[in-house]
Design a protein around this ligand. Sequence first.
Ligand SMILES: *[C@@H]1O[C@H](CO)[C@@H](O)[C@H](O)[C@H]1NC(C)=O
Ligand SMILES: *[C@@H]1O[C@H](CO)[C@@H](O)[C@H](O)[C@H]1NC(C)=O
Ligand SMILES: *[C@@H]1O[C@H](CO)[C@@H](O)[C@H](O)[C@H]1NC(C)=O
Ligand SMILES: *[C@@H]1O[C@H](CO)[C@@H](O)[C@H](O)[C@H]1NC(C)=O
Ligand SMILES: *[C@@H]1O[C@H](CO)[C@@H](O)[C@H](O)[C@H]1NC(C)=O
Ligand SMILES: *[C@@H]1O[C@H](CO)[C@@H](O)[C@H](O)[C@H]1NC(C)=O
Length: 446
Amino acid sequence: MEFLRLMLLVAVSVSNISADSHGNGNNEAEVVYQWNIVEYEWPNDTYKEEQITSGNYIPQNSAVHGIKLYKGRVYVTVPRLKPGVPSSLNVIIDAPESFNRSEHLLRPFPSWEMQELGNCEAIQRVQSMEIDPQTGYMWIVDTGYIPNMKDVEVQPVDSCPAKMIIYDIDNNVEVRRYIFPKSTVGYGLFYLNDIVLSYSEGKARYAFISETLGYKLVVYDYKKNTSYYYAHANMVADEKYENITINNLTLTGIITGINGIAISPDFKYLYYSSVAGTGLHQIETAVLTSAEGSSSEFAANVRTVGQKVSPGDGMAYGTTNKLYYSALGPNAVYAWDIETDLKSSFGNLNQIQLKTQDVVDSDLTMEWVDTLAIDNGYLWFTTSRLNKFFSEDGIVHHEPNFFIWRIYTGDQNYMKKGKDPVQSANNTVVSIMTVFTSLLLAFLLM
Ligand SMILES: *[C@@H]1O[C@H](CO)[C@@H](O)[C@H](O)[C@H]1NC(C)=O
Ligand SMILES: *[C@@H]1O[C@H](CO)[C@@H](O)[C@H](O)[C@H]1NC(C)=O
Ligand SMILES: *[C@@H]1O[C@H](CO)[C@@H](O)[C@H](O)[C@H]1NC(C)=O
Ligand SMILES: *[C@@H]1O[C@H](CO)[C@@H](O)[C@H](O)[C@H]1NC(C)=O
Ligand SMILES: *[C@@H]1O[C@H](CO)[C@@H](O)[C@H](O)[C@H]1NC(C)=O
Ligand SMILES: *[C@@H]1O[C@H](CO)[C@@H](O)[C@H](O)[C@H]1NC(C)=O
């Protein structure tokens, strides 16, 4: 039994979905890449055919999920959620002229060798990575590979442990490798899902990682080279949202909890949500980095800011003070307008409520908005069509299944300035004074 059958038992049902209009203004998302079937850059055609024949490559089993950009290049993940995925981490390249220029290929990153399944030294199952724009270091989160998840209490002998690889893209060299101890992640059901970085003393120091099946928030401290985790009742999958309907296809029995995470550009606040759930939760990063895994201290400080319009997957925090999130069901990306809601909480982020939520764009083909990334004024996102991918029939070859979109929002990457929480706290204080004096304009640099 393959891994995600446990998570998503798919049934088809008929329901009424109001047709979404594409966009709420004249700024619409554009499709940058699309695939019917994800195509890889193989060393040669003979080898590709051999891989298909042997079952190592099953073309319809690759779905594009994670996305991050660096120096104009687009990096994407294909987590090994079904058998026959040849490469879990990739960079998109143009197809050579002889193939078809208007199509694009996934080139295994950093190499084919590093994608070898069953070799625990190599990358096994990557859902997400983060790229530090200041250093060009890619923080790769590898859940490891567990082909048989039926007996969740038993660690299969051929599994690899969860790990973090930090890879210097510019110099093509690995700079750090950390194996997560089982005390942090590794027992029972687990899946490292999404990652954000937090700066300290001008450098990326902490990685905050959502663990979507073990319902944890994992912290990795680069300086100390250690990890620990927090658990809380709001990280689980809410049974009320165990079924999600997208374009008349209903996924049932969804057990994915804490998933999308985002961090403010001053690195002071972390936000997260479960896939099965609508609550958006806030915790100060100062708690995460000082409480060293004390879940009671976490519980004393975590706060639910409100309910999103629907369950969702990824999220991203922009420098225009908006938190963008995937809306599953509405086939949309929404933005929480923090700037506006800050006014009704007197500029106090510790009291802010999630109220003002606007559609950034929506479209019937935005099926399962998966991962969001911000780069150079644009919000990028993938749509992984998991509703179809995990349906009984799976995806079909003759229609587009996977898209990469982008829309201009004017936002920059949250790490662009690379400021410390301390400096930004100062900015926040100054800004709050601005709110009080003008009572018109909150000019908060989050
Ligand atoms: C095709 O690629 C495979 C794997 O890299 C290699 O072993 C083989 O020699 C290549 N064949 C040709 C004809 O180049
Ligand atoms: C190239 O690919 C595009 C997109 O898949 C397709 O529309 C077009 O017909 C292809 N061109 C050729 C010459 O195969
Ligand atoms: C970090 O921890 C890992 C254990 O997972 C160890 O192998 C590695 O040498 C450590 N690196 C540093 C720089 O301490
Ligand atoms: C989800 O769907 C299943 C199967 O149709 C059904 O038994 C269950 O009651 C549904 N759950 C909710 C919360 O509606
Ligand atoms: C969903 O089902 C309804 C009723 O059968 C149909 O009118 C509608 O076109 C379907 N929507 C999609 C996106 O397939
Ligand atoms: C706070 O801001 C003031 C004025 O901009 C600056 O002089 C001071 O160094 C800042 N303090 C910290 C801790 O960043």
